[in-house]
Design a binder for this molecule. Structure first.
Ligand SMILES: [Zn+2]
Length: 260
């Protein structure tokens, strides 16, 4: 279904605004700060005016500094805003103005938030993963992209699989290797992507995580115990699978499974 370029452009602009909100979620939820409070500079706490809160543009115009105290503002803020715009535009481009594009965009936003909270704090908060899983399952009843039964199985299979890995690691090594946060995150991923998408997300996430992990360990010489945020890799894989799941499966099938 071809979607008007104007609609995709509007989705991008709306997405930038959602991106601003995602920045607040990423910063505040792990610290337990209310999302209803007006946003302020983390250092001088001066409320950010409407004019200096325009996504991406304000960051460029203020030359990456707080308007009041000149505290440097990380490039991550405009990048998250951009990601908010790009992810919504891509969803609308692929599925039009439908429940599917809403569902995929919401899923990608949840993945983005979890990925960065995991990088910052090495946690995946229950207040995001558990309600997210329930919303994903609820949406599957209206979303032709994934059958509700696949979503239900996906949640329990994805979460169950990681729970088994965590349990086995604990048994073998005598200490915790993977947190329950990853288990609950897969509950969410499965409920949005179905069991097929959940399996593919674990596969792609583990593969990319291992490659990056080995590279980082050999570069940083921190040794094998250096903990990578696995949730971040699951999140990246989840977004990829949400948009290109069938293509990844077809590619994998044609390359490896169907040979001979
Ligand atoms: Zn400031």
């Amino acid at each position: 279904m071809p979607v008007d370029a104007l609609v995709v452009g509007a989705a991008f602009l709306f997405g930038l605004l959602f991106g601003s909100f995602l920045n607040a979620v990423i910063y505040r939820v792990p610290l337990g700060i209310s999302l209803l409070r007006p946003s302020g500079c983390p250092r001088c706490e001066k409320p950010i005016s409407w004019a200096s809160n325009v996504p991406v543009l304000s960051w460029i115009l203020l030359r990456a500094r707080c308007a009041t105290c000149r505290e440097p503002i990380s490039i991550r803020y405009p990048l998250v805003e951009l990601a908010g715009g790009v992810l919504l535009a891509l969803s609308v481009w692929q599925w039009g103005l439908t429940i599917s594009s809403f569902s995929v965009a919401l899923f990608c936003y949840l993945m983005l938030v979890l990925a960065l909270i995991d990088v910052d704090h090495r946690i995946l908060p229950n207040v995001i993963t558990l309600p997210g899983a329930i919303v994903g399952l609820a949406l599957s009843f209206f979303d032709p992209r994934v059958a509700w039964l696949d979503a239900l199985i996906g949640g329990f299979l994805g979460g169950g699989l990681l729970y088994f890995v965590a349990w086995a690691y604990l048994k073998l090594r005598g200490r915790e290797g993977m947190g329950m946060g990853d288990v609950k995150m897969m509950l969410l991923v499965g409920s949005f992507l179905g069991w097929q998408g959940a399996l593919m997300t674990i596969f792609v996430g583990s593969l990319v995580g291992s490659v990056v992990g080995v590279a980082m360990i050999s570069l940083s010489r921190k040794g094998w115990e250096y903990a990578l945020p696995f949730g971040t890799f699951l999140a990246a894989a989840g977004v990829l699978v949400a948009f290109r799941g069938p293509q990844i499966f077809a590619w994998y099938w044609n390359t490896f499974a169907a040979v001979g």
